[in-house]
Design a protein. Sequence first.
Length: 768
Amino acid sequence: MTVLEHIVASLRASAVYNKHDVAPPSVILWTDGQRLWEPVAGRIGECLDRFYMLSPEVSGTNSGPSTWIRYHLTAEAGKEGIPVIYLPGISRLAFRSPIGFPDEAKHLFALQFLGQFWTQINGKDWTPAAMMSSADNGLGLDLAKDSSTAQALATQLGVVLDALVANLQRGKLEATDFNALAVADPAGMLLRWMADPEKVKAEWPPERMAAFQGICQQQYQFSPASDGRLAAAEKLVAGEGAWKTVWDRFEEAPATYRGVRDALALAKPDDLFGSKSLRLPQNNQQAEDRLRKALLDLAAKPQQEVLGQLVKLANDNRQRAASVWAHLGEAPLAQAVAHLGRMAQAIQQGLSGTDWDGIAKAYLHSGCQVDTEARRSFVAVRKGPDLAVVILALREAYLPWLEQQAKRVTAWASDYPNGSKDSARRLTASPGTVYLFVDGLRSDVAIELSAMLDGSGATATTTVAWAPLPTVTTTAKPGWNPLAEALCGETLGESFDPQVAETGRPLTTDVFRARISELGFVWFSGAETGDPAGSGWTETADFDSRGHDEGAKFVWRIDEELKMVRQRITELLQAGWNKVVVITDHGWLWMPGGLPKTDLPAHLTASKWGRCAVPQPGAQHHCPTAPWFWANEHHVVLAPGVDAFRNGVEYGHGGLTLQEALTLTITVSASQSAELTTVAITSVRWLGLRLNVEVQGVVPELSIDVRTKAADASTSLLGKTAARPPIRTDGKASIIIANDDYAGTSATLVVLHRDAVVAKHPVIVGEN
């Protein structure tokens, strides 16, 4: 990763938000009161999806005054990607009040209420030096603090952007290190020149241009001045001798040198090898066009033939799927067909199992790969023509597989594992355990979540749980004991709600929360972490609402939702919970272009959803039925196979398929011993900016920290990597807040055991 790539990733990460706490940001504000980023801001902006720069006059396509920026934000509302607005000369502090706010940016003042700022953890503007040295979302490099180093960083900032982070992590960085970058990376210099020769000529001082000219002649047998950009592109395509190193460097970070793509497009090698080389963007594009046609030719062919073709096409395009063009977003079909090929192979392997238990094991072992790869093939593409052929391939290969598996399990409907309250799972309220409900966490997505958790060091175990029928939230969410024992199904209403047995009234959200509280589960919102001394219930993410709102395209957001769930789990564990049990209600069927439609006349139903319906008394129809979970004397009409009762249903649930009914419970355990529950803060006192603390129940490896968010280590007022003061055996510890800017800040004192929060206490820095 280059410094430039890290900065771009950091800017994009500013858009991450907690949907249960705040509204989604519509803009990212990049403030730069000292104009330190101004020389390179445009180059950073080239790597962002949507970028605007505040300037007195309209310049180019992304730079102009505040009124011009507001116009474009309005005109492009709904366009993919969150816009980043660079504000040179305007600091984050300027947004505190409209009084005195710079007149040139006055039309942008209100954007702070609609978006997020790209700032350091302390709310100050990011500076190049802070980005290089900060351990809190910066690069965490060892940067000398003297003025000459600061000057060298400012002078060589454009060069620093191209530097590989790994090369900067080898010791203390001083002025000589930054100045050496100007000539220490000849391959990077050559690529930078190829990306934009005129810009480089304007930015580089004469002595550096002279050094560059000499390096090129000596190492690459090439003269930038006399041979030009086209000759360089042809040599890069050929990749002979030292030019191989240049191509390798380009492959490491193609987004850093986007202009090189335009240079390569100019090259027209006259030899056979060069003319077919995948280093030429036009050859990659021609391969994409051929692949699009090949996928289009799959229409109406037998499924087995389609599966074989998808495997072949994946093999033929494997190299492109991992090429620089894939990294630059110019080989989406190659990436999509890689997933389609793996999907096809998984389908060809078949799915064993002759009963519910057997097919569940087979699906979780290998069958879920079919669903996963189908989703990922769709995620790889965005443009209409590419979407069209990927959808075609999915409908020719994936849809028949879904139908085949649906027919298998429908035949076993009478033996469904969770047909009533008697077979419902049991959730137990116990101290230190919090249940995290995620609506619509389908089993293949849950497997991805479990893998993410394992990779983060947590201990995650999974168990199978079958959803109540019909597989809709109103029926399935409360379908567990002991809650279910207090509910009944006297009436099969239009919304499939159970009733409270003692009142006969439908189970509303408020009543649900009151009932689980009576059972010992304390409900708390997604913006809170609750009290680990008891048993909790909270909720996060929402795959289901995204699916209903966005249809097939909702799978583009699954990674984002999974990261939110993982972050929430980490937050809860760090807050002191011993276990986080992730539960869900049901899964879903997904098919771009819509599930097949089955007609069910409206006069036969009291209520008709996408995949299930409430029948009128005595209604005659051709669809399968299943006993209602809450009262088996009532029957629910199910759409046959993977059909839907409405046109254009790309996302649906309510029926009986593996994708809708098979769910997973994930239990995530914290590595804490029982003795940690006795740890408690008994005394907190400030002496200036020194905080003296006393703790009881001391065990080894306890330390303290002060954070703005208790469970988030990145909000530490000491810095992300600073050592946390240990608690002595007598239970005493002290902590100093070195930055007096934090005086008066509301924060939380936390006691840590191996980075996990085991006790906390609210504080105001410097105030008792």
